[in-house]
Design a protein around this ligand. Structure first.
Ligand code: NAP
Length: 431
């Protein structure tokens, strides 16, 4: 079908939406050349039309009723930058049902409802693109869907939340507490007033669910992602990590071992010379292991108005191209609906364990006995400073590869010992 223009309806005019609106208007002539016909922003949905925005739009473009976008036949592409599940999911489902292409930046919707949305898109002969939902401006979705298609992907490790990476970078560099690093992040606008969504690993788990689904061509939902936030990390953990040659990062990891996919988000020790260990501040990075490519690393700004706009607008241009040429993309990448997603019990990795113990002879033998009973073998032990008044000492143990279920049982047994005053922390060691 020959088209003389392609209409865009935008849902949301916040951080991402205003970047998208601005760039579509400013670069209209460039994009016209790239698409072949003009790409026209026809309507923008907001809650409060009176609000001052980062972009100035003609007043008749801004609406508060989504029907004016969904029912407008001159709108071919619905771009969602509202966030949240409701009403975003229903609006996107209806847009697809009405045979509109959809571009979304919404990780929550894509992590939770991608199967339904992909199904509707396929039945309607349109497509839903979501590059901006993971890693802001970093190309991740397209490489996973397309460029790495010839590979068997064996695993993926990522630093995918800028807020927590900023906090951990400050804790490592300055020896400060989580609370102090969080205050710094909030003062700079890198953390929300309510930081739970980032600190507890929820944001990273949504993004990992999306990437894991693409990497293994199956469905991985957020409830299948094991999740542990950064709340238990202390300045001591950072000090000992540095002494032992490690960085501490909040990692999002997905691997397939013996046919079982395991997806997890948790703090981890990473050897300081690994690529991911050097990704600092608000930067994100994703390392993908392909059987043909070996390790491939994608790094860049995982959030922010313009980096995210870059991903959204690329998806818009991609859809516009297909519409202009009359191609309906068929999202065929999810071909393995019954892949087994496993829990944590059978995970095998190494661990760092920090204990406060009684400062007296024989204590180490008691601890070693409990670990041995649970089949956990010790790679090294360091006794850290003793506190003479409390008659306690701190011990740091690095284990060999052990099963997660065994480690948990051992931690319980250790907590029950009279000579163990406190299990300060235990952290998985990767790489
Ligand atoms: N910010 C980033 O760096 C970034 C990066 C990657 C992905 N994302 C994703 O992009 C999406 C948008 O994020 P954002 O940071 O741009 O959010 P934001 O600044 O809070 O903007 C949200 C926009 O959506 C509008 N909106 C929300 N609910 C609405 C409703 N029920 N009806 C009509 N309008 C509604 C708001 O209207 P009002 O302005 O009138 O309130 C606002 O303009 C989220 O899914 C987010 O996860 C963001």
């Amino acid at each position: 079908v020959a088209r003389d223009s392609i209409g865009v309806g935008l849902l949301g005019l916040g951080v991402v939406g205003s970047g998208v609106a601005r760039i579509l208007l400013e670069r209209a002539s460039t994009y016209r050349e790239r698409v072949g016909v003009p790409l026209i922003l026809r309507r923008v949905l907001v809650r409060e039309p009176e609000k001052t925005r980062a972009v100035e739009l003609p007043a008749d473009l801004v609406v508060t009723d989504p029907r004016l976008i969904l029912e407008d036949d001159s709108i071919d592409i619905v771009v969602e930058a509202m966030g949240g599940l409701k009403p975003a999911y229903e609006l996107l489902a209806e847009a697809l049902t009405r045979r509109k292409f959809v571009v979304t930046a919404n990780k929550e919707v894509m992590a939770t409802h991608s199967s339904e949305l992909l199904g509707i898109a396929q039945r309607s002969g349109v497509d839903i693109l979501f590059e901006a939902s993971v890693g802001g401006g970093i190309p991740l979705i397209a490489p996973l869907k397309r460029d790495l298609l010839a590979n068997e992907i064996t695993g993926l490790s990522a630093i995918i939340n800028g807020t927590t990476n900023y906090i951990l970078t400050r804790m490592a560099a300055e020896g400060i507490t989580l609370e102090d690093a969080l205050s710094q992040a909030q003062a700079l606008g890198y953390a929300e007033p309510d930081p739970a969504y980032d600190i507890e690993g929820t944001d990273a788990a949504f993004k990992l669910a999306i990437m894991a689904g693409l990497a293994f061509r199956t469905e991985v939902v957020p409830s299948q992602v094991y999740r542990e936030g950064i709340g238990r990390l202390t300045p001591r953990d950072f000090r000992y990590a540095a002494e032992l040659g490690y960085s501490i990062k909040l990692l999002a990891i997905c691997r397939r071992d013996d046919g079982v996919i395991r997806a997890r988000v948790h703090p981890a020790f990473l050897p300081a010379d690994e690529l991911l260990a050097k990704v600092d501040g608000v930067y994100n990075a994703v390392q993908i292991d392909g059987d043909l490519t070996g390790k491939v690393l994608f790094q860049g700004q995982g959030a922010g108005s313009l980096p995210t706009t870059s991903a959204v607008v690329a998806d818009i241009i991609d859809c516009a191209h297909d519409i202009a040429l009359g191609i309906a993309q068929q999202p065929q990448w999810r071909i393995n609906p019954n892949a087994e997603v496993g829990g944590m019990d059978d995970l095998e990795t190494r661990y760092y364990i920090r204990l406060t113990v009684a400062d007296r002879p024989g204590v180490f033998a008691e601890i070693a006995t409990q670990l041995g009973k649970n089949m956990i073998s010790i790679a090294s032990v360091i006794q850290k400073e003793a506190d003479e008044t409390a008659q306690s000492a701190e011990i740091v143990i690095m284990t060999h590869r052990s099963r997660e279920s065994a480690l948990r049982a051992a931690i319980e047994d250790l907590s029950a010992l009279d000579c163990v005053f406190e299990v300060g922390n235990y952290i998985r060691v990767e790489g």
